[in-house]
Design a protein around this ligand. Structure first.
Ligand SMILES: [Fe+2]
Length: 402
């Protein structure tokens, strides 16, 4: 996830509201099954929001044909770009109002789903999208939202947040409300099968980081812990398979499911220093989010280990599938080694070439600010410890002395 969520917000949201999970459809043909579900639920004039690539590649044609055959009065908005701005949101809202849309169906990456969340809420709240920036600003239920993610990583199809760029302020606008969770989601392996190996690796490592950071966070809910643990196990088993063979549909489905579960877990329990640091790396060097997470994760785990030994040992025991006689220290070490091995298997670089030493102080300060404001981490990091992590990333060393 790319959003920073205030830690009090997470606690308040999680404690005060029932945990919404979208109705889930998975596997081959999930997009079309979800479209049928949408029509059966009474939506007659949906706005279809899609990445431009989806229409250009013809991947949307089966969906539009299905809707045409059913005499559904749909309209397509396919001008979604990476890092979407308020302009795309406002244009989508105008289009949706012009057709009197009664539902939103989104097919795309995390950005497209984030746009769809804000559009669905804006349409029922009689306001400009900007009025919904912040926490708990959605008063009326959004239009029914149906989401088909085309990557397996952000978990946006299940989270309570959306992030949109605001070119006026040159900042990211964060939207946070339990009503942003889509009504239903489709994890369609036919769409996911063509993801290139590098994108599969980066987005999968993003999902893995969500699950691990949620599991070791100091905010705990039983269902979120259970989902985080299952997500970690699924990703360790199936992500290498999806990376090596994109058309392994069983692996694709399990990775997508894990991303969904990890999204639910971090939506309730928050993230940690991996995201706090990786967000700054992406902002400074345009590093893909999942890659930045993957590179930072082994170093932050080594920092966290003494402060969440029990949780790391629990994860390793769950992976082993039996009660282990090994001490917690050993189990935790073994789990961290698994992450190193997985990174190697997915051909994740040990270092980031773009990293410049002159930026370390600024990056570290910004990372600490994000973590302090937003996450319930196992142990607070000091500035010099963040800088050691950055030094280790620059040097390509996973072992860091703190
Ligand atoms: Fe993330």
């Amino acid at each position: 996830m790319r959003a920073a969520i205030n830690k009090w917000g997470i606690k308040f949201l999680a404690g005060a509201f029932p945990a919404n999970k979208p109705t889930l459809i998975t596997g081959s043909g999930a997009m079309l099954k979800l479209a049928k579900l949408m029509m059966n639920s009474g939506v007659q004039r949906p706005l279809i929001i899609a990445d431009g690539f989806m229409t250009q590649s013809g991947k949307l044609s089966a969906l539009t044909q299905l809707l045409k055959d059913a005499n559904c009065q749909f309209t397509v908005f396919d001008e979604v770009v990476p890092n979407p701005t308020m302009l795309e949101v406002e244009n989508s809202v105008i289009l949706a109002q012009s057709i009197q849309a009664d539902g939103i169906f989104v097919v795309g990456g995390g950005s497209a789903i984030d746009i769809a969340k804000v559009v669905a809420a804006t349409l029922t709240n009689g306001s400009k999208p900007k009025k919904l920036i912040g926490m708990m600003r959605v008063r009326n239920k959004p239009l029914p939202l149906f989401a088909v993610p085309t990557t397996s990583g952000t978990g946006s199809e299940v989270t309570v947040a959306a992030v949109i760029s605001d070119p006026e302020s040159h900042q990211k606008a964060f939207f946070l409300d339990p009503d942003f969770v889509p009504l239903a989601a489709g994890l369609d392996t036919d769409l996911l099968a063509s993801l290139p190996p590098a994108i599969t690796a980066y987005t999968g490592m993003d999902a893995l980081t969500h699950a691990i950071e949620a599991y070791i966070a100091r905010v705990h809910f039983n269902d979120a812990q259970s989902d985080a643990l299952t997500a970690i196990r699924l990703l360790l088993e199936y992500l290498p398979r999806a990376f090596k063979n994109g058309t392994d549909l069983e692996a694709r489905e399990m990775v997508a499911l894990a991303s969904f579960m990890a999204g639910y877990a971090f939506s309730k329990q928050g993230l940690g220093y991996v995201h706090a640091i990786s967000h700054q790396l992406s902002a400074h060097y345009n590093t893909p989010h999942g890659l930045a997470n993957a590179v930072v994760l082994p170093r932050v785990l080594r920092f966290n280990k003494p402060h969440c030994l029990k949780q790391l040992a629990e994860i390793e025991s769950a992976i082993l599938g039996k009660d282990s006689v090994l001490p917690e220290q050993q189990l935790a070490n073994n789990f961290i080694k698994r992450i190193d091995q997985l990174s190697d298997e997915l051909q994740i670089d040990k270092s980031l070439d773009s990293l410049l030493e002159k930026d370390f102080f600024k990056i570290a300060k910004q990372a600490l600010r994000e973590a302090n404001d937003s996450y319930s981490v196992p142990k607070a990091m000091k500035l010099k410890q963040v800088i050691r992590i950055l030094d280790a990333v620059k040097a390509g060393e996973r072992e860091v002395a703190f």
